[in-house]
Design a protein around this ligand. Structure first.
Ligand code: SAM
Length: 283
């Protein structure tokens, strides 16, 4: 373990690496880089602390969008058994290859689109995803992982703060919506900390937030998720309307809502994730 830490400590700084590879950030790829190892180390340390773990030993970590590799270095220092990085930008692959050459054969490098990556069903060691997510695809990526949350032991993900607010939104708030319902049913979500724009190169306009997702004891099945999604889409499509109106196409709505403990006069943001689940089960 100490050896890997020493190897990484002896590497050129990230700023030098970025310069050597001429890696100018591309907006189209949602590139805002973290070049300060104090910050990337803090992300990993805080995630591990919250999981009551000292390292990633015995785990397979997947990092989405490693970019110049700051977070990648911090992940490697926490000694996973295996690290797979999935990066769309070919310019970053050379940097990853240099890192792999230094850190041995635990790294697998995939040059591709994480939206198309199939994690498959099982593996003999637990898997975690860690990412400073490209903001333009963060919600579709998260939704895909939430639908298959039983494949993962945890997700440590950085979002634009307003997206993190939607994911963690409590009932009866303007941010509460379909994403909050699915995420809160599938996971226990912990807000780790916020980062101000100056932590990134280039600095975005908004703050960022890191969330830790730990799967619920009994995640939903695919048929349950399909029903839930259909229902929440219908209800939140008219979020100012009472469900008596927005869900009027549901047969025997009154009896089904009564069984789920939902008044017909409720608006969607007043219906808890568990109530949405109960109602969707009766559809
Ligand atoms: N992890 C690096 C860091 O923290 O400095 C970079 C984070 S940057 C916000 C997002 C990274 O995701 C970029 O390196 C970008 O090229 C990559 N990326 C963007 N879209 C992607 C996709 N669909 N699949 C895989 N990687 C993607």
């Amino acid at each position: 373990m100490a050896e890997l830490k020493q190897i990484i400590a002896s590497m050129p700084s990230l700023r030098l690496t970025v310069e050597a590879h001429g890696l100018m950030a591309k907006k189209t790829l949602g590139q805002n880089f973290l070049l300060d190892s104090n910050i990337t180390d803090k992300i990993i340390r805080t995630s591990l602390d919250n999981q009551h773990r000292k390292s990633f030993a015995g785990m397979h970590i997947y990092e989405i969008g490693p970019g110049p590799g700051g977070l990648t270095r911090s992940i490697l220092k926490a000694t996973p058994d295996k690290l797979t990085v999935i990066e769309m930008d070919e310019r970053c692959i050379g940097i990853m290859e240099e890192l792999r050459a230094k850190t041995g054969n635990i790294m697998e490098i995939i040059n591709g689109d994480a939206l198309k990556f199939d994690f498959g069903h099982t593996e003999n060691i637990p898997r975690q995803i860690i990412s400073n997510l490209p903001y333009n695809v963060s919600v579709p990526l998260l939704t895909g992982w939430l639908k298959n949350i039983d494949r993962f032991a945890a997700l440590t993900l950085m979002f634009q703060k307003e997206v993190a607010d939607r994911i963690t939104a409590p009932l009866c708030t303007k941010d509460y919506g379909r994403l909050s319902v699915l995420a809160q049913l599938q996971c226990k979500i912990t807000r780790l900390f916020d980062l101000n724009p100056e932590c990134f190169v280039p600095a975005p306009k908004i703050w960022s937030t890191i969330l830790l997702f730990e799967p619920a004891a009994t995640p939903l099945t695919t048929p349950q998720i399909n029903k839930l999604e259909k229902l929440t889409m219908q209800a939140f499509a008219q979020r100012r309307k009472m469900i008596r109106q927005s869900l009027k196409s549901v047969p025997a709505l009154e009896a089904k809502c009564a069984a789920a403990g939902i008044p017909l006069t409720a608006r969607p943001e007043e219906i808890s994730p568990q109530q949405f689940l109960s109602l969707s089960a009766s559809l």
